[in-house]
Design a protein around this ligand. Structure first.
Ligand SMILES: Cc1cc2nc3c(=O)[nH]c(=O)nc-3n(C[C@H](O)[C@H](O)[C@H](O)COP(=O)(O)OP(=O)(O)OC[C@H]3O[C@@H](n4cnc5c(N)ncnc54)[C@H](O)[C@@H]3O)c2cc1C
Length: 324
């Protein structure tokens, strides 16, 4: 028996989310008194693979088949199912993000498992198996009981945190063959060089308070100063007005993000926007209206005109960066 965690990587590098998943899986394994097996798919270095054992992985399975280089939900679901069978997993842990949302339900069907997405904490009981998840766009919590023998949980980013728990590094090569499929992926192309709002660790997000599309240059400047892990996001009206592309629109009808740092600049904080950002670790709001609802969700607030605050913030960030 084991807890199997699928540890996603980005360009063959693990991120904080990967370690958060292993930390979570390790704590679930402790509750079940069993081992944690981490599955990695991609050509990752030994150093990268070993980093998983720092957060409690008892064994790392590494699938390096070049056929898996491009993400394909059918393919990944088949491999993860085979790994779960090999390791006799009783719980599988995934991230609750856009790619695993296409994989985890497929694995659940293949293994006849019970699946709960969007978990926010450890199972509150093991027998019966009960977990808590976010519901109604994050405005409520739901307790769900899984009655199947095999359980699949997907964890919201930043919901659990990191728990260092160093174990000896044990790795094993894992093989899986290509799935037969009626559809074949021929090519994927990036729509732009910019990082997706889903992957960014820092989001500088703007609302209608920025007044016009050109003023988003201030947010782009901030994002550039923060560096490669930052990008710009926006509210729905901003995308509707075509000030920014819809791929940046965050919220109930847009992307649900969970960065480490979210700047809400000229954003009122409507419930539909908050639905997409409440898993952010730290929220900083800049707004002229001291009563704007965004300040209730924010950890830090600046009451002021974004067109005056942002240039000063960018200057301070530049100075800070040049010294660090
Ligand atoms: C079914 C449905 C789904 C929706 N889905 C989404 C969604 O997914 N995402 C989303 O974002 N919205 C969504 N909305 C829209 C949502 O209800 C709000 O209308 C929207 O989030 C408001 O966007 P905003 O904050 O940019 O604009 P506004 O509400 O107009 O707020 C602008 C803010 O900027 C401040 N401001 C003005 N000037 C300045 C200045 N110079 N400096 C600093 N601050 C300033 C104002 O005080 C105000 O708080 C949805 C609505 C519905 C009905």
């Amino acid at each position: 028996m084991s807890v199997l965690v699928y540890t996603e990587n980005w360009d063959n590098q693990f991120k904080k989310l990967s370690f958060e998943l292993v930390s979570y899986a390790s704590s679930v394994a402790k509750q079940l008194n069993t081992n944690v097996v981490a599955l990695s798919i991609g050509a990752l270095s030994q150093e990268q693979l070993a980093s998983l054992s720092q957060y409690g992985a008892d064994k790392v399975l590494s699938l390096e088949n070049p056929d898996f280089k491009t993400f394909n939900a059918l393919q990944y679901a088949k491999a993860i199912t085979e790994a779960a069978q090999q390791e006799k997993a009783e719980v599988l842990v995934f991230a609750n993000n856009i790619s695993t949302r296409a994989v985890a339900p497929r694995v659940a069907v293949k293994l006849d498992a019970g699946f709960v997405s969007g978990c926010v904490s450890l199972p509150e009981s093991i027998s019966p198996f009960v977990v808590t998840k976010k519901a109604f766009s994050g405005k409520a919590m739901a307790k769900v009981q899984i009655n199947k023998g095999l359980k699949i949980l997907s964890l919201n980013q930043n919901a659990f945190g990191l728990i260092p728990n160093a174990k000896p590094f044990v790795s094993e090569t894992f093989n899986s063959t290509l799935a037969t499929s009626n559809a074949k992926l021929l090519e994927t192309r990036k729509s732009s060089g910019k990082m997706s709002v889903l992957d960014a660790e820092i989001l500088v997000s703007g609302g209608r308070g920025l007044k016009k599309a050109e003023n988003f240059a201030l947010l782009e400047q901030a994002s550039d100063i923060f560096g490669a892990t930052a990008t710009v996001a926006c509210t729905k009206p901003v995308a509707d007005l075509e000030w920014r592309p819809h791929s940046e629109h965050v919220g109930q009808t847009g992307k649900v993000v969970a960065p480490n740092l979210y700047f809400a600049v000229g954003i009122s904080g409507a419930i539909q926007h908050l639905a997409g950002i409440t898993s952010s670790k730290v929220i900083v709001a800049i707004n002229t209206d001291k009563d704007a609802p965004i300040f209730e969700a924010a950890d830090y607030g600046i009451i002021g005109d974004a067109l005056e605050v942002m240039p000063k913030l960018n200057e301070s960030l530049k100075t800070f960066k040049s010294k660090s």
